[in-house]
Design a binder for this molecule. Structure first.
Ligand code: SF4
Length: 286
């Protein structure tokens, strides 16, 4: 990481890590970091790129959560509501020490509220060494840890790394290979492999499934995802997340072509139907 990033941080001039929500648009906050320094940060994990820290989430794991949102994602989900996090250098360059100190502020409160720390993104495993260091530090502080991931880079984590993670929030975005690729730009295979590995180790998973009318709501797809998740044996809960348009403004602001202008959020009945498919596979779904 270059001298400017370090000196900004040392001088207390670095942008605030706190945000009211991940829907704040953050662009180019790490653009001054050279490619060489980005590569060095990825190799060591001593520095990372964060969109922000947010507090008070009741959706990203058990209890009340502090969430660190990483920057960087190679997927291109059509419904992505934080496309500013696709680019790593849109995030704030942060030393792992600073990130840990930020988290330490919330330690006592999280203990009182039976909450924890969730690392989300973007895709947190784009910066897997930084992710592991931050999660391990949280665990050392006695904080419950969760990793929110699409799982495609799960093989970057060693079995020892997995010990720092109490819960994986696994984003399953579909089932049919062609539809999954059309939706995300990527193949689903590595995600399923990671899920099976977590199952073999008995690591708890909460599945997250974004329900988008016309894109992810084909009954056979939902049933196939449910059957897979139900067969794993370590899925403790499924959250069916209704698609919304809150991220649309980011696509427009970034000059990206947004294809879901005409897609409406699913109705309560449609969400319930998807939940019913997961329940039929023996899972708790909300
Ligand atoms: S994996 Fe997440 S951050 Fe990446 S494009 Fe998809 S929704 Fe956006």
């Amino acid at each position: 990481m270059g001298p400017r990033a370090l000196s900004d941080e040392a001088a207390g001039k670095a942008p605030s890590l706190g945000a009211k929500s991940p829907f704040e648009l953050r662009v180019n906050l790490g653009a001054h970091v050279s490619e060489t320094d980005v590569r060095a940060a990825l190799a060591t994990g001593d520095m990372g790129f964060l969109h922000s820290f947010t507090t008070g989430s009741a959706l990203d794991g058990p209890g009340v959560r502090v969430v660190a949102w990483t920057a960087g994602c190679m997927w291109r989900c059509l419904y992505c509501h934080n496309p500013d996090t696709w680019t790593m250098t849109n995030g704030i360059p942060v030393s792992v020490t600073r990130a840990v100190e930020e988290l330490r502020k919330y330690r006592a409160g999280l203990a009182v509220m039976s909450g924890g720390f969730t690392l989300s993104g973007g895709e947190a495993l784009m910066q897997h060494r930084f992710a592991v260091k931050l999660l391990a530090a949280a665990k050392d502080m006695g904080i419950h840890t969760a990793l929110d991931t699409h799982g495609c880079y799960g093989d970057r984590l060693s079995d020892a790394d997995l010990e720092s993670i109490d819960l994986v929030l696994l984003d399953l975005k579909g089932w049919d290979p062609a539809r999954h690729r059309a939706l995300t730009g990527m193949d689903i295979g590595p995600t399923l492999d990671f899920a099976r590995r977590l199952a073999a180790r008995g690591k708890p998973i909460w599945v997250r499934f974004v329900l988008v009318p016309g894109l992810t709501d084909a009954a056979e797809d939902v049933e196939d995802v449910a059957a897979f998740a139900g067969g794993l044996g370590n899925v403790r809960r499924v959250d069916v997340l209704p698609f919304h348009q809150m991220g649309r403004f980011k696509w427009k602001a970034l000059g990206l072509r947004y294809q879901l202008d005409d897609v409406r959020p699913p109705s309560a009945e449609e969400v319930e139907r998807a939940c019913a498919a997961f329940r039929a596979a023996g899972l708790k779904a909300y």
